[in-house]
Design a protein around this ligand. Structure first.
Ligand code: SAM
Ligand code: DTB
Ligand code: SF4
Length: 344
């Protein structure tokens, strides 16, 4: 189905339901006057998430640094001198303690990240133990470990993995400017293995890497046209790290970042759109616009993988100021309902 949207910029025909999105249709959304775009994103958001609660996902770097890949944004690539030291895979007890702290602080999802091109056999077994332990605490589990084979995806599923994060990062035609040690199809292949194993897909990208608006539209088209589109869509703003090739890139105008969130919301109506890396640099006002544009998930905790995130305390204060409920409050409320019903 397509609808026409009148705007001072002219008549736009843009699709509104699950279907193939052309890059041109997505670029037309990006080109809408800002208020029209936000209004549309709000309509889609409220139709699909009437409670409007924000999901809190906490990240832990379970294997930091020393990565053989050359992703131009990444402080963990061994070849760049960023001050990030290579470490071994964390012991299980340390991961369990971090997950307990995350749960105590109100997170409902725990995401374990490893600076690998791909995991080796022994790595998978150790990560499987982490996943089972975190799952047993009642948290949703997510992992991001690099490329996976079909079999590795099945192993992770068997240990209780709910989500696998594997980002497409940018438009296919810009990918080679950012990474040369793998190709776009490698990413798509892993996403296929994850989907076939029955694990939910968390897949997004990074903006502010010097790409054009059309290329941002190209990234969103890739994500929205995955069949089905990802359950979680992290939209990262490049965190510039001295020593990485992308350090010094002209930062993206924050309004353009908000537009990207809105376009992700409209094209992937039921996805959790996660306002991801870069939040700290944006400050409160831009984050508020992102929530208005349909973001309904954040990384929650003082650290992302190696860089800083807003402090948890500040996030709680911001959400409270906005009257936004969190996923943990929602879960607690529904437990309360059950208890009340069973007492009747
Ligand atoms: N090594 C695995 C991989 O590349 O899939 C998993 C970890 S990797 C650090 C996870 C994601 O973090 C990347 O795909 C990228 O989207 C994001 N990321 C890494 N460095 C970033 C930065 N400086 N700014 C924003 N996002 C970043
Ligand atoms: C995602 O899309 N963003 C997160 C998570 N998935 C793994 C990672 C952001 C990393 C930012 C740079 C760092 O802290 O090293
Ligand atoms: Fe390695 Fe992942 Fe960083 Fe690329 S993004 S250098 S694969 S840790």
């Amino acid at each position: 189905m397509t609808v026409s949207t009148h705007s001072p910029a002219g008549l736009h025909s843009v699709p509104t339901s699950a279907q193939t999105w052309t890059v041109a249709a997505i670029a037309a959304l990006f080109d809408l006057p800002f208020n029209d775009l936000l209004y549309r994103a709000q309509q889609v958001h409220r139709a699909h998430f009437p409670g409007a609660e924000v999901e809190l996902a906490t990240l832990l770097s379970i294997k930091t640094g020393g990565c053989p890949e050359d992703c131009g944004y990444c402080p963990q690539a061994a070849r760049y001198h960023t001050g990030v030291e290579a470490e071994k895979l964390l012991p299980l007890a340390q991961v369990v303690a971090a997950a307990q702290a995350a749960k105590h602080n109100g997170a409902t999802r725990f995401c374990m990240g490893a600076a690998w091109r791909e995991p080796k056999g022994r790595d998978i077994e150790r990560v499987q133990a982490m996943i089972s332990a975190v799952k047993a605490m009642g948290l949703e589990t997510c992992a991001t470990l690099g490329m996976l084979s079909d079999e590795q995806a099945l192993q992770l599923k068997a240990s209780g993995l709910d989500y696998y994060n594997h980002n497409l990062d940018t438009a296919p035609e810009f990918y080679g400017n950012i990474v040369t040690t793998r190709v776009y199809q490698d990413r798509l292949d892993t996403l296929g293995h994850v989907r076939r194993a029955g694990i939910k897909v968390c897949c997004g990208g990074i903006v502010g890497m010097g790409e054009s608006r059309l290329q941002r539209a190209g990234l969103i088209a890739q994500l929205a046209n995955l069949d089905p589109y990802p359950e979680s869509v992290p939209i990262n703003h490049l965190v510039q790290v001295p020593g990485t090739p992308l350090n010094g890139t002209e930062p993206l105008d924050p309004i353009e970042f908000v537009r990207t969130i809105a376009v992700a919301r409209i094209t992937m109506p039921e996805a959790r759109v996660r306002l991801s890396a870069g939040r700290r640099e944006f400050g409160e006002a831009v984050q508020v616009l992102c929530f208005l544009a349909g973001a309904n998930s954040i990384f929650y905790g003082d650290k992302l993988l190696t860089t800083c995130n807003p402090e948890a305390e500040a996030d709680r204060a911001l959400l409270a100021k906005l009257g936004l409920k969190t996923s943990a409050q929602d879960a607690a409320a529904s437990c309360g309902d059950c208890a009340a019903r069973s007492a009747d």
